[in-house]
Design a protein around this ligand. Structure first.
Ligand SMILES: N[C@@H](CCC(=O)N[C@@H](CS)C(=O)NCC(=O)O)C(=O)O
Length: 395
């Protein structure tokens, strides 16, 4: 089960003050009550009690309001100078999940790992010099918009499709990290070969996703009268399908590779050939801080060009002596590409590559041969190989 989303609460100082104030008032009330025993005194005591209690309530409300104002001011400050806030705080607040192998998952030791997680790690290495300096927020897919809009998180990377409405309402999308499309998985026993045969089928889907919206479009477009069975948490969606509560399950197609591996009867399931949507999966940051947005884009460009130039976690130190001018610039050994202007160390990419690796290493470790076994082909290859993984030049 996922921990509830962390919320900003009263400051410790305010809580301590409120507690101390309550103790003082309670002591005064006890003294009055213990020393007064006549009827008139009793009335006076009750009045005094009521007045004191009202004072405590007013005081607590005032503290709560002041704390809300402090919290709002802190978030406003974080939203306009996020790099400074992160560096003062010493951690990057990254929203992601923990239940989808390949993309975001907990390993046997309880470490958060995955393709999406590694971008958070790369950004933490760039701005803090430490890929582990991350405060993870595990949220439901339907909580992604609110998490960004509140400004409480620095970065969200959680199999999130870049759409126009989200771009307007949620935050700023950095370059696409993985190109996907929505598909369907069903049991072979159903005996169908295409999603257009899912007439009146019950289809499991997670709330607040593009999958839910696309499913409705697809059903209407093909007159299928599909019955969506909607769950708030994606692990519940998968369990429900696995338990036979739905005829099929729908989401981003690459994710099925991870799910099937987890099933005890993988041979009984089939991913249908239909791809019903475009799902460019993309990291994003809250609106309101252009410099922070630029930093995330520069880190992404850095890991992509590191792969293109053949710089990886094993050879990064030696590569600083390379004769290749572009490699030298990437590693901060010569020239610059705006690192210092944006507030980063000139050699921040050395930390990123050493601790997290280049784009290709990140792909292979999580999604490819060392991960869930998704071959890297087509759009998710580098532009040099005919794919769409590309970034603006670092110069
Ligand atoms: N790309 C989609 C989210 C798709 C997604 O991440 N779906 C997975 C979570 S890994 C899911 O819902 N799995 C359960 C299911 O198959 O419906 C979006 O941005 O809304």
């Amino acid at each position: 089960m996922k921990p509830a989303k962390t919320r900003i609460r009263q400051t410790a100082a305010a809580r301590t003050f409120a507690a101390a104030f309550a103790v003082v008032v309670a002591t005064a009330l006890t003294l009055i009550a213990c020393t007064s025993n006549t009827g008139a005194n009793q009335v006076a005591v009750e009045r005094a009690q009521a007045t004191a209690e009202a004072a405590v309530i007013d005081r607590n409300n005032a503290i709560a309001e002041r704390d809300d104002a402090v919290a709002r001011a802190e978030i406003a400050e974080a939203s306009t100078n996020r790099l400074k806030t992160i560096q003062d705080r010493g951690t990057l607040v990254c929203a992601t999940g923990n239940d989808t192998p390949g993309f975001y998952f907990l390993d046997e030791e309880g470490n958060t790992i995955g393709f999406d997680v590694d971008l958070c790690r790369a950004v933490a290495a760039a701005v803090l010099g430490n890929a582990d300096a991350i405060d993870y927020r595990f949220i439901d897919l339907s909580a992604r918009g609110p998490a960004l809009q509140s400004g409480e998180i620095d970065l969200l990377n959680m199999t999130t499709t870049w759409t126009s409405t989200r771009d307007i309402n949620w935050g700023n999308f950095a370059p696409v990290m993985f190109y996907d499309g929505q598909g369907f998985m069903t049991t072979k026993s159903l005996g169908i070969e295409s999603a257009t045969e899912l007439d009146n089928a019950a289809v499991c889907v997670t709330a607040g996703t593009t999958s839910e919206l696309n499913l409705a479009d697809f059903s209407r477009q093909h007159n299928l009268n599909i019955q969506p069975t909607v769950f708030e948490q994606d692990d519940t969606t998968v369990s429900a399908y696995h338990a036979g509560q739905c005829d099929a399950i729908t989401t981003d197609r690459s994710i099925f590779t991870a799910y099937i591996e987890e099933f005890d009867n993988p041979d009984e399931h089939l991913v249908l050939p239909d791809i019903i949507s475009e799902e460019p999966l993309t990291p994003l940051v809250p609106h309101g801080d252009d410099a922070w947005f630029d930093i995330v884009k520069i880190v992404m460009a850095g890991i992509i060009y590191a792969e293109a130039y053949g710089v990886d976690s094993d050879n990064v130190d030696a590569m600083a002596d390379s004769e290749n001018i572009k490699v030298k610039r990437l590693l901060g050994a010569e020239g610059d590409f705006g690192q210092e202007v944006i507030g980063l160390d000139k050699s921040f990419m050395v930390d990123v590559i050493k601790q997290v690796g280049n784009y290709g290493e990140i792909y292979e470790r999580n999604l490819g041969s060392e991960g869930i076994g998704l071959p890297r082909e087509g759009r998710n290859d580098l532009w040099l190989n005919g794919g769409q993984i590309y970034a603006p030049p670092l110069r």
